[in-house]
Design a protein around this ligand. Structure first.
Ligand code: PXL
Length: 284
């Protein structure tokens, strides 16, 4: 069985980060080890949330894991408690990144043109250092703009996206994937570029609803699919389609809570997309 370590916060309320990575990767048939970066009473969209950074745990936990000889097929990083955690996470890459380990960095820090509550303006500069070490980075448009000193706008042309991806690659990752692109009022798009400079676009329709945690859902699904050996283009399309279907199902629920998507409802759809659902007798 493949094993991924998920390095991001545990928010006690509000579906995001570890509470998405664990069930999604489990449903994909992947063991998900966790290194929580912070413990939050609720994610940062809630007023008055309290947060405890867990940096103190990093060194003893990783020392124990090293003594056990643990190997990770992928290292997946998301939300960090503060910029002080960039260096310890880089040390984690040094300790556990082997030739065949995929380093997947989701530079979680902002959305809709704004940094998340609690982050200092210097955070994006530090996040660049983590992106430099990654095989793959998955910023949303706001994060891509912050990482490349580009002014944010709600809609992006293909030329804007190409320029953003080229600048992101200059930071050092092998592949850059930008999520949440709005080419126009009716569409959403995920764009990818690797060292060959080719731009690949995966377009879906736009669902006019905003929920938290969709970036985490995309990243968890994408790193899971890549770790399973699914080719990049199909892995990205699978993650984008799964997120879209989950937004559709959530928006149709009159009791849906604005702070998270109902991915619990759509995990069977994800398992179907990656061919993991057992066939019924009639379908065999
Ligand atoms: O979904 C990204 C995310 C992760 N972790 C925490 C957050 C957010 C977005 O608001 O607050 C704690």
């Amino acid at each position: 069985m493949k094993r991924i370590v998920s390095i991001q916060d545990l928010s006690c309320i509000g579906k995001c980060s570890q509470s998405i990575a664990l069930p999604v990767l489990s449903a994909m048939g992947i063991e998900c080890a966790t290194l929580p970066t912070a413990l939050l009473s609720a994610h940062t969209a809630f007023d008055h949330f309290v947060s405890r950074e867990l940096t103190d745990g990093f060194a003893p936990i990783t020392a124990h894991w090293k003594s056990m000889g643990v190997h990770f097929d992928s290292i997946y990083t998301g939300y960090l408690g503060s910029e002080d955690q960039v260096a310890p996470v880089q040390r984690f890459f040094d300790d556990f990144g082997t030739e065949d380990t995929l380093i997947f960095v989701d530079p979680v820090m902002a959305d809709h043109g704004k940094l998340y509550s609690g982050f200092t303006p210097t955070f994006p500069e530090k996040m660049k250092e983590l992106c430099r070490r990654a095989d793959i980075i998955t910023p949303n448009v706001t994060e891509a703009c912050l990482l490349t000193h580009t002014p944010y706008s709600e809609f992006q042309s293909e030329a804007d996206i190409r320029a953003l991806l080229e600048k992101l690659l200059q930071l050092g990752p092998r592949t850059a994937i930008i999520t949440g692109i709005r080419p126009d009022e009716r569409h959403m798009c995920v764009a990818t570029m690797s060292a060959d400079g080719n731009l690949s676009l995966h377009e879906t329709y736009y669902y006019p609803a905003v929920f938290y945690g969709t970036g985490d859902l995309f990243a968890s699904t994408c790193v899971g699919a890549l770790t399973l050996g699914i080719p990049a283009e199909k892995a990205i399309a699978t993650a984008a389609d799964y997120v879209l279907e989950t937004i559709r199902v959530t928006a149709a629920d009159p009791e849906a809570r604005w702070y998270g998507v109902n991915f619990e409802e759509t995990l069977p759809y994800l398992m179907m997309l990656i061919g993991r659902l057992p066939k019924t007798e009639e379908a065999k």
